[in-house]
Design a protein around this ligand. Sequence first.
Ligand SMILES: Nc1ncnc2c1ncn2[C@@H]1O[C@H](COP(=O)(O)OP(=O)(O)OP(=O)(O)O)[C@@H](O)[C@H]1O
Ligand SMILES: [Mg+2]
Length: 330
Amino acid sequence: MAEIVISGVSRSFGTVRAVDQVDLTVGDGEFFTLLGPSGCGKTTLLRMIAGFCELDRGAIRFGRTRIDQLPAHVRDIGMVFQNYAVFPNLTVAGNVAYGLKARKVAGTEIDRRVDEALALVQLSGYGARWPHQLSGGQLQRVAIARALVIRPQVLLFDEPLSNLDARLRVNMRTEIRELQKSLGITAIYVTHDQEEAMSVSDRIALMNAGRLEQVGVPVDIYRHPVSRFAAEFMGTTNLLAGSALDRAGEKLVSLRPEALRLAGDAPADWPRLAGTLARLELLGPLVRLDMALPDGTLVKAALLDQPGLALQAGASITLAYDPARLTVLP
Ligand SMILES: Nc1ncnc2c1ncn2[C@@H]1O[C@H](COP(=O)(O)OP(=O)(O)OP(=O)(O)O)[C@@H](O)[C@H]1O
Ligand SMILES: [Mg+2]
């Protein structure tokens, strides 16, 4: 039973409201991500769940049990940090065994569980190595094994992949996701990378200045952002005045680049926008272009490449957009 219920939680540092009146329930076995820009309060909220930071107000429960006043080591939580926090003076096995020794687990049981944890992160046979003999990806796996070995009900990750190169990040995020699902563990994952959040999460809480801006399944937040902040943070978008689209009743709308097509390739009932091609970028599968409307507003479109597509900057073009994919913002 590892449902996590966060109610009315706040924390300030001086005049900064790092976490401001947060209410959130994370389901048992869920992969839940806190997403948001630097300084929005992700780490502070995670540290409060882990027991490394006190609350000013509110409560945190695991199921029915209130845990926010319990010391960190009895909360049944594993935590993986951005900088791995692997001890350089202990072997891989020593690092993984650390939490078990602190919990006074018997020696033979420790050896068995360390082997088991290293196998889970695909590091069997690495126990005798020293941290300086490992790659960044392997160090991150040691950190995950060290968190898993205590068999926590909940695993917390604070930007665990930000020190890895782009390709390894993509591989590791899939590994973390698969491991979490196979163990059935509840995970709270912190990142400021929107794509990473969308790829691994069951649900996302988008944070802005200590508050929850929007909570939902990734694709819903992407397709139906509730605010300008959410629309922009979840990916590239066109924020246009309703008047630019002949939608006089609406002040501001968000239109994702992929909701636009060249008029010749679009259904006849999609509204048209005529302008001048300002910029063109051929990325292989995708063609990104900016079209300037007569008033100078730039509209970004992302098209799939196709044989014979020949566009020149400066040419007059007409785009069409899918009205079903337009979001009206407050
Ligand atoms: N111990 C502290 N003392 C003073 N201010 C703090 C402390 N910890 C956090 N803050 C402030 O609280 C706010 C939220 O910080 P937090 O570390 O939670 O943000 P974050 O979302 O994790 O950012 P990042 O993506 O950069 O890691 C920031 O304004 C930060 O400066
Ligand atoms: Mg942080």
